[in-house]
Design a protein around this ligand. Structure first.
Ligand SMILES: O=c1cc[nH]c(=O)[nH]1
Length: 448
């Protein structure tokens, strides 16, 4: 690898995996970047999942929802931070790191899953930008025009990823902070006192927030690899993302109450009405809508990086443009009602994978000699804890919205005589099972 980057202020990401990444991002850059990712228009819409994760007539109290958002964000971002550290230490993107964990060939499996989830997220993001713009400006400009405009901006940002991150820190973060504080003050004043609610669905609510956060696990190293230190990478994720996500979900909880649970349940974008109706609402909501393209930027850029794990010498800009076009195309036909099921699948795949990675890299010390080359040998043993963690997730999780999948796991629960208790968290359980089995396999290997 050669490093041909000299000027840290203007350094850009290398075009292929053959060049070393410039180590230019400090704690502030990372914190500002992750704080921007923590605030999302989708977070406002789907604060409904936080308030009522089981979709029954027993939602959480406001307090329970806020505590669940804090607990879930701290657990989730600690996981994302753990995934970021190997990126900062090795300079490798997220999916290339998985060559070290699973071997080069097997790493293609999580890579393909990640590409699918990133395109899905990117499409959801372009959808929500277009819907947000229509909430402000009305429907005289059609949805498709906004989605295409957002797709073009997204793609342009991915051509200059480090420039985009510097832009966020210098100019965008302040506007986002002011907007969120503004809406928090207005909504706290306007929201009627809550009647009813309980803490019964606290654990599933925490799971939802963890799943929201850990959706970034498979991309964290793509940005941490440009970090000046592991501490900056970990601190930026945990500090920036936690504060921002809790603030975003809290504002979302109040916005859902103002818009009406029923209305948001029928049409998720109904939650935008209180934002636009607030004093100066169009201005501050406009800032949030425009800034939402940082999320689609991260999705498209990380898809390009994932593709480079499979085709390391193709210029990342070619992938960016192709994925930008594809994501925009998907956004034109996206079905946002599939979001809940989508989040469940992401959590079930990537939380246990992180459990395996964290134990193998940090505790068993294999990270020191991980082979991340294109010829890294397969490590089939690592698939066992991953699959067991995946199964644990579905044994513990609230039933999936997809009926045939829910029926399979109900059947498994009955067959093994297991009934999940309300306090059990699928995310924590899956992470622990995957991590402990990896530890056990490591101990067995050492004895031999
Ligand atoms: O756009 C998003 C939002 C959450 N998580 C992602 O990976 N992408």
């Amino acid at each position: 690898m050669t490093s041909d980057v000299i000027d840290a202020k203007h350094a850009e990401a290398p075009l292929t995996l053959d060049q070393a990444p410039p180590k230019t991002l400090g704690a502030l850059d990372q914190g500002a970047f992750w704080a921007n990712l923590g605030v999302s228009l989708l977070g406002f819409s789907f604060a409904l999942f936080l308030i009522n994760p089981l979709n029954d007539d027993n939602p959480l109290t406001f307090t329970a929802a806020l505590v669940a958002s804090l607990v879930g964000s701290l657990i989730g971002t600690a996981m994302v931070g753990l995934a970021a550290v190997p990126g900062a230490q090795t300079g490798q993107p997220a999916m290339v790191l998985l060559r070290g964990l699973f071997g080069a060939r097997l790493s293609a499996v999580p890579t393909v899953l990640n590409i699918i989830q990133m395109i899905g997220w990117g499409a959801f993001e372009l959808w929500v930008v277009a819907m947000g713009a229509q909430a402000i400006f009305g429907t005289s400009v059609p949805y498709a025009a906004w989605a295409i405009a957002a797709g073009v901006l997204t793609t342009a940002l991915t051509i200059y990823p480090l420039g985009a991150i510097r832009l966020l820190r210098r100019f965008v973060t302040v506007g986002v902070v002011i907007s969120i504080i503004w809406f928090a003050v207005v909504f706290l004043r306007d929201t009627p006192a809550q009647t009813g609610g309980s803490w019964d669905a606290f654990a599933p609510a925490v799971d939802f927030v963890i799943a929201l956060s850990v959706s970034w696990v498979p991309v964290a190293a793509d940005y941490a690899r440009y970090s000046r230190s592991s501490r900056a990478a970990f601190g930026g994720v945990v500090g920036g993302y936690t504060i921002a996500q809790v603030a975003c979900l809290a504002v979302g909880v109040y916005a859902v109450a103002l818009a009406g649970h029923g209305a948001v349940s029928d049409q998720p974008t109904a939650v935008f009405a209180p934002f636009v109706a607030a004093p100066l609402g169009a201005l501050f909501f406009g800032i949030l809508v425009l800034r939402e393209t940082d999320q689609s930027f991260a999705n498209v850029y990380s898809t390009a990086m994932s593709l480079q794990n499979l085709m390391p010498r193709v210029d990342r800009r070619i992938f960016s443009v192709a994925i930008g076009v594809l994501t925009t195309g998907v956004a034109l036909v996206v079905d946002v009602n599939s979001y809940g099921a989508f989040l469940g699948i992401i959590g079930a795949v990537f939380v246990p994978m992180l459990g395996v990675l964290a134990v193998d890299y940090f505790l068993l010390g294999h990270g020191r000699d991980w082979d991340t080359s294109e010829n890294a040998p397969s490590r089939w043993l690592m698939v066992i804890p991953w699959v067991l963690g995946f199964a644990t997730w579905w044994l513990l999780a609230a039933p999936s919205a997809v009926p045939w999948w829910a029926a399979i796991w109900n059947g498994v629960r009955q067959a093994v005589g297991f009934t999940p208790q309300p306090w059990m968290s699928a995310a924590v359980g899956a992470f622990l099972v995957a991590g402990l089995v990896t530890l056990g396999l490591g101990a067995l290997r050492r004895r031999r």
